[in-house]
Design a protein around this ligand. Structure first.
Ligand code: NAG
Length: 808
């Protein structure tokens, strides 16, 4: 009970520094006894022990101490016998590590085991016999067996006593190794005749509390005289032996000489060491050869001291000792133990992130046990040495999963022995992806072409972006960026398929309306946060020949006829008029050519293929009819081409009235021919004579009415040809390069006239006014024209050659 109390008092906490802690406990404590409050002493929270999966790592050593994570304390797990653990080594300590994960931490723990007096001093044998000649001189020494006490310090062997002390006294001689050489010295000459047998009791005591002791009986038989004792040639012999030497190897040879003759001079050698470890390892033969008889291993013991004795048959003896050094051989490979390891780390991990902790142990000594570890190959990792065999593997440069997603890290540890022994371990580390790459378009910008009049929904082309990341971080979506084209959101022109990047036309395009438009497509990955990049796409709309040429001049109306006038005096090549046409398409589709399709007299006129100018090709004669009708085809150069026809009426005449008289019929014929209903009536007239009669009557009536209108001519209003406002000169189509000056007249039928014209007498330039969409505004001097009809006609014939006339 008292001892138990003492034990607990002596459990005390020695020292604590961050990462290191020491305790001291006596040996033989009961299982479950408290060693120390590790959590408190390391300044750790008990929760941290649990979350960090705290565990004890004690290498190859048996686990005597266990960690109680709930309480944060260290407890005795196995009974500790200091003597079994450390023998005579002092201080005796258990060293182990406590490992925590996430983040990895390592704490070194030292538990010193203190001794208690649990071993008695003991002798190997319980009796010792001596045969001593009666002639032995006082001062003769006799080696006695040493006692052994496994305890150390105060609890170790303290003293010897020898009883009775009549003839012999005890002599204790301190030795270099701290043990005492126990001898008894003859202090009073023996007298075999008086006492042949002497019994003595040698007692060894220790210094423990309570004290313990052991005894050996010594029996001395007094012999007759044997004058000389053997004497060793050296008091200390030295020998070396390499570990792993074969049994039977001779370490050294000792010898002792005895001056006596006969059997008294025969020397017998023996190993007198009392420790089993020595007496089981070495033997000595009759010649003094010291022989290895056990397995020698420098990892177990590096030095031995062999006590030897030489004894003659007369009982005299001498003792000596052999100091044996065991030479280490590099017979142990370094042992690598992985303590903790990460299987994967993200690619944006900082430098110096610990990946693996490992320890290396080589039990060989000196250079044979010096270990260096290195990483094989060129990988972005480095080994950091903690201390005494503990290492960590850390990242030492930036990782990039896109460059290497996995590393096989091979660590090799070599000792410095010759030859060197090594061992290696290979660990696989995966690098996990981080969204650090934006999608990249295959091209810096895109241009795509689409022919106008496409069907809505047509796929135009595909943009593609790639992302070097992995999985979700590399999943690219395409998004149409908001912008507007001509004030309309671009989304009403095109759409982008989010998954495939296919760009579709949303509507049918019209080249004449829009020729090209740019917009932006964004590629965005699925990371968090997502990364994106933009690309500009330009859609070019290509022209189709979807517009026929439009004739601007001469103006074609169903109810009026416009005629150009050629004087009979005109020369060859006289410019009669010019057909002016435009095509709103572009390029070849708007490249116009002019051909004469029909003519009253093909030999009189030609049309300029490129410019549409109608010129005479021979001298006009009196025989030529006044009214000449030309049909000109205007054709564009598209595939297929489109065309328009225009009828040009030319009057070959010198005076205006002449023209009028001719064109009355002309116009009649035109109307007559063009009026389909009238044809029908005519067909019916063929069937029925009666009908014909009626028809003749109708025609007669009509002729009568036209004669009326001819009389009315002088009071009819002049008319001008008109240009639709949007085809004015300013459009710059090239077709109307110069301003045409016209002498204008006006009809009563002014419904289709959108233009106002200048003052007839002084200003003949045609003025276009887009705002003027209603009925033509009358000029202020209109009345004058009506009053003096001849005056403008004369001007036009002589100066401009173009006459525009309208007949109702
Ligand atoms: C790592 O080792 C494994 C198994 O030997 C192998 O399949 C893998 O390809 C190696 N990786 C690299 C990056 O060498």
């Amino acid at each position: 009970m008292r001892r138990q109390v003492l034990l607990f008092i002596s459990v005390f906490f020695l020292a604590s520094a961050r990462g290191q802690v020491s305790y001291s406990v006596p040996e033989e404590m009961a299982k479950g006894s408290l060693v120390g409050n590790i959590a408190h002493d390391l300044g750790l929270d008990v929760k941290r022990l649990k979350s960090g999966k705290a565990r004890i790592y004690s290498g190859d050593n048996a686990e005597y101490i266990e960690l109680n994570k709930e309480r944060g304390v260290l407890l005795i797990k196995e009974r500790i016998d200091r003597e079994a653990l450390c023998a005579q080594t002092t201080p005796c300590a258990l060293r182990f590590q406590m490992i925590l994960e996430s983040p990895m931490e390592l704490f070194r723990i030292t538990v010193e085991i203190t001794d208690i007096n649990d071993n008695t001093p003991s002798f190997k044998s319980n009796e010792r016999r001596f045969e001593i000649s009666e002639s032995a001189v006082t001062g003769s020494r006799f080696v006695l067996e040493r006692a052994l006490d496994a305890d150390i310090g105060r609890n170790g062997l303290r003293n010897y006593t020898l009883n009775p002390a009549d003839n012999f006294r005890l002599k204790l001689q301190g030795q270099a190794d701290g043990n005492k050489k126990v001898e008894m010295v003859l202090q009073k000459p023996l007298d075999r005749e008086k006492q042949e047998q002497i019994s003595l009791l040698l007692t060894a005591v220790d210094g423990g509390e309570p004290q313990m002791s052991g005894t050996v009986n010594i029996y001395v038989t007094v012999l007759d005289a044997n004058d000389n004792a053997p004497v060793f040639t050296q008091s200390v012999y030295k020998a070396t032996i390499t570990e792993n030497s074969r049994k039977g190897t001779i370490l050294t040879k000792v010898s002792a000489s005895d001056a006596d003759k006969g059997t008294n001079g025969d020397v017998v050698y023996s190993v007198s060491s009392t420790m089993d470890s020595v007496s089981d390892m070495f033997g000595i033969n009759e010649n003094g050869d010291v022989i290895l008889i056990g397995d020698i291993d420098s990892e177990k013991a590096k030095h031995y001291q062999i006590d030897i004795e030489a004894k003659d048959s007369g009982g005299l003896s001498d003792s000596s000792k052999i100091i044996v050094d065991v030479v280490d051989v590099n017979d142990n490979v370094p042992v690598i133990s992985v303590l903790s390891k990460s299987n994967a780390i993200p690619e944006d991990s900082d430098s110096n992130t610990v990946i693996v902790m490992f320890s290396v142990h080589d039990p060989d000594s000196e250079s044979n046990g010096q270990v260096n570890c290195e990483i094989n190959g060129d990988v972005p990792f480095a080994i950091k040495t903690a201390s005494n065999g503990f290492y960590s593997l850390v990242t030492d440069s930036d990782l990039d999963r896109e460059r290497a997603s996995e590393y096989n890290i091979s660590i090799t540890c070599c000792d410095e022995g010759v030859p060197s022994l090594s061992s290696s371990v290979t660990l696989t580390l995966h690098i996990s992806d981080v969204n650090d790459n934006a999608p990249v378009f295959e091209r810096s910008s895109y241009e795509a072409y689409i022919v106008e009049n496409n069907t809505p929904g047509l796929s135009i082309f595909t943009v593609k972006a790639t992302d070097a990341d992995w999985n979700q971080n590399a999943r690219v979506s395409y998004i149409l960026e908001d912008s507007s084209v001509n004030g309309v959101p671009v989304s009403s022109y095109v759409s982008v398929s989010a998954d495939s990047g296919v760009i579709h036309a949303v509507r049918s395009f019209d080249y004449e309306h829009i020729k090209d438009f740019p917009f932006c497509v964004k590629a965005q990955d699925g990371g968090s946060p997502p990364l994106s990049s933009n690309v500009t796409v330009k859609i070019m709309i290509q022209d189709q020949n979807d517009n026929a040429p439009q004739v601007l001049y001469p103006v074609q109306t169903s109810s009026s006829v416009v005629a150009d006038m050629v004087p009979r005096s005109a020369d060859v090549g006289y410019l009669v008029t010019k057909v002016v046409a435009v095509d709103v398409d572009s390029g070849q589709n708007a490249w116009l050519s002019y051909k004469l399709q029909k003519a009253t007299d093909r030999a009189l006129f030609e049309v300029g293929l490129q410019n549409g100018e109608i010129r005479t090709i021979r001298q006009v004669t009196d025989k030529d009819a006044v009214k000449q009708r030309l049909t000109v085809v205007v054709e564009d150069n598209g595939q297929p081409s489109r065309s328009a026809t225009v009828n040009v009426n030319v009057a070959v005449a010198d005076s205006f009235p002449e023209v009028l008289s001719e064109f009355t019929d002309f116009t009649h014929d035109k109307e007559y021919n063009d009026n389909l209903t009238f044809y029908l009536v005519l067909a019916l007239a063929v069937v029925s004579f009666l009908f014909i009669t009626c028809l003749v009557v109708i025609i007669s009536v009509k002729i009568y009415r036209w004669r009326q209108s001819r009389i009315l001519y002088h009071s009819s209003l002049p008319v001008i040809p008109y240009y639709p406002p949007r085809y004015s000169d300013t459009l710059g189509t090239g077709t109307l390069q110069h301003v045409y000056n016209y002498e204008v007249c006006r009809t009563t039928d002014s419904r289709k006239s959108d233009c106002k014209f200048g003052r007839a007498g002084s200003q003949n330039v045609l003025i276009m006014d887009p705002s003027c969409t209603g009925t033509m505004q009358r000029i202020q001097n209109e009345k004058n024209i009506l009053d003096e009809p001849d005056s403008p006609v004369e001007v036009s014939v002589s100066e401009y050659t173009h006459l525009i006339n309208a007949i109702i």
